[in-house]
Write a new protein. Sequence first.
Lengths: 84, 184
Amino acid sequence: MKKILTEKDKGKNVVVEVHMWGGDDIKYPREKYKCVGVLMKDEPEMIRVAFNAIKNKVKDALDIPRKDVISIRRIKKSEIKVLD
Amino acid sequence: MDKIFRVKYVDAEYSLLKKPLKPKLTKHEAYGYVEKNGNNIVVSFIKKIQKNKKEKTSTSEKIVEGLVIPDKSLISIIKKFKTDKLNGIKRLSNISVTWRDVIHIANKSIRECSIMYTEGVLYRIEKDYILLENPETIRMSPLPIKNHPLERTTFYIIPKTFITDIEVIEKNKNEKNTNRKRQR
C-alpha cells in the first residue's frame, strides 16, 4: 500500500480516514470499521492513528496492522468541521 | 457520509501532588464522527461501517471507542460563560459540587456524560474554573458508584461550565455527607 506520510509532511498533522477490518476474532476479523485521526506512523507493517491529544501530547491512538487496512484517505482541511 | 470533526474542549483535572495545579484549563483536541445527544456531544473515534448505507446508527449501538463530552466543554463556550452559582460563596468554604464530566467510552452504548459529586475546600475561583483543595470525588453515574480517582487527590480543577449544582457544606451536613465518601 502506498505511503501517505511523506518527508514533506514532517511536523504537520496529516488527518486520515482509515477503513479497516476488525472484530472479536483477531485472526479472522470480518466486520468493517472506520476511524479518523492524525496519522502518526506509516510503516510497512502497521499504521498508527491518534485520536486525541492534550497540549499536543497524544492520549488515545490505534495501531492498525497493514493487513487489516482496507483503505486510507487523506482528509483535506476543508472537509474537517471544527467544533470549538 | 459521516462528517469529520475536530473538537476543541476542556476537561476537569486533578492532582495527587502537594502543590496546586497550573492555574489554567488545559486545551484538549479530538478527531472523530460527532453526534449530539441532548447536552452531550458524542465523539466516535472508531465506527462500525453499516452494511446497508441507508441504515442509521441506533442510539443503543455500542460506541467502539470515543468520548462523551458536555456541550459546554467547548472552548468557545468556556470563554463567554458567566454564572451566578458561585455568588456569595467565600474562598476556603467547604463546598459540594455536582458536575458533568468527560467520559472515555470503549464498547459501551453510553451517550451521556458522567455525573460527579465532589466535596472539598474552595481554594480558588478563576474566570473559567474553580480549584478545590483536599477534594473527594465520587462518580455517581454511570453505575457503579465509585471514587474518582481511586487515589486520594490533593487538588481538583473543575471548569465552571461543568457545574450543575454547588452548595456550602455546614458542619452537621458535612457529617451526614461523609457516608457518601470513599465508596469503592
